[in-house]
Design a protein around this ligand. Structure first.
Ligand code: 0L1
Ligand code: MG
Length: 259
C-alpha cells in the first residue's frame, strides 16, 4: 500500500519551496497517481487557492512518443497559478521551468462525460493564446508517467492572452514562440491532438471519470503545441497565434544557485 498523503505532501512541499525531489521510489498505478495529485491539490485549497480549471498534457504526438504513452493526462489549475499577461515571474520560485505555447478555452456551461467535438464547442465561451510554465518537481526532470501525474502533470503557472470569439476555425492556426525576440518554436494548433477541440473532448471525459467534471467558468489549457523550451532569468517570452494575438510574460533577472 502506498502512502498517498505522504507522497502528496512531499510533492506539494517540493513545489511550494522550489526544491527538487527524487523520482518516486516505488511504481504507482494510474489511479494512485491521480489520487496523489488530488491530495496535493487539497493542500493548496487548504492554503486558500481556488480551482479555476484544468490543463491537458502530453497532447502532441511528439510528447506521447517521448513518454511511450497513448493517452493524454491532466492536472488541476488554481487561481494562484494564473500569471497576468505581461507580468514578470520570480525565477527562483521554480525548480527548472520550461514554457510551451498552448490554446486556452473558457467554458460558459458544464461539460460532462463523453461529448462530441460539436458539443464541446457549444460549451466554449472564448479561446485565447496561452503559455504554460511547466516545472517538474523531480530531480533532473526524471520521472515516469505516473510520477508526473502525481506531480499535477508538471503544472506550475500559466498566462492567458486576449479572449476571442470561438466561432472560427482554430484547428490549424500557425504559432510562434519567441524568447527575448528570438524564434524558438514554430508550430500549429493542429499539433494538439490534430485539433485542440479534441483535447477539450478528452478533458470532459477524463475529469468526469475522476468525479470532477468541467464547470461553467473553467479554463482548460489544451496542451503544448510544440516542444517546451527551458527558461532562464531575464527573458521576455511571447507566443503569437494566427488570428488570436499573443500572450507574454517576463522572467525576473534574479537567479539563485541551487544544490
Ligand atoms: O503539459 C504537459 O504536456 C505535461 C508535461 C509533463 C511532462 C513534462 O514535464 O515535460
Ligand atoms: Mg502543457
Amino acid at each position: 500500500m502506498i502512502d498517498i498523503t505522504a507522497i502528496a505532501e512531499r510533492l506539494d512541499e517540493a513545489a511550494r519551496t522550489a526544491s527538487a525531489t527524487p523520482q518516486l521510489e516505488e511504481p504507482i498505478s494510474l489511479e494512485e497517481a491521480y489520487a496523489v495529485q488530488a491530495a496535493s491539490l487539497e493542500r493548496r485549497y487548504a492554503r486558500g487557492e481556488k480551482r479555476i480549471g484544468i490543463k491537458m498534457g502530453l497532447t502532441s504526438r511528439a510528447k506521447m512518443t517521448q513518454m511511450g504513452v497513448e493517452e493524454v493526462i491532466w492536472g488541476r489549475l488554481t487561481d494562484a497559478m494564473l500569471v497576468e499577461d505581461g507580468d514578470t515571474i520570480d525565477f527562483p520560485a521554480y525548480v527548472h521551468p520550461r514554457v510551451e505555447p498552448e490554446i486556452a478555452f473558457l467554458l460558459d456551461r458544464p461539460l460532462t462525460g463523453r461529448v462530441t467535438p460539436m458539443q464541446a464547442l457549444e460549451a466554449v465561451a472564448a479561446i485565447a493564446p496561452a503559455l504554460e510554465i511547466i516545472d517538474s518537481r523531480y530531480e533532473n526532470f526524471k520521472f515516469s508517467l505516473t510520477d508526473v501525474i502525481a506531480d499535477n502533470s508538471s503544472s506550475s503557472n500559466f498566462v492567458v492572452g486576449p479572449w476571442s470569439d470561438p466561432h472560427r476555425d482554430f484547428s490549424n492556426l500557425g504559432l510562434i514562440l519567441r524568447l527575448s525576440g528570438v524564434v524558438k518554436q514554430i508550430g500549429s494548433s493542429a499539433a494538439i491532438l490534430g485539433d485542440p477541440i479534441r483535447s477539450l473532448v478528452a478533458a470532459a471525459r477524463l475529469t468526469s471519470e475522476a468525479g470532477e467534471p468541467l464547470q461553467a467558468g473553467d479554463i482548460v489549457l489544451a496542451g503544448g503545441a510544440t516542444a517546451a523550451e527551458a527558461l532562464s532569468p531575464g527573458q521576455h517570452v511571447q507566443v503569437a497565434i494566427q488570428n488570436l494575438g499573443s500572450a507574454n510574460f517576463r522572467t525576473s533577472e534574479h537567479f539563485e544557485e541551487r544544490d
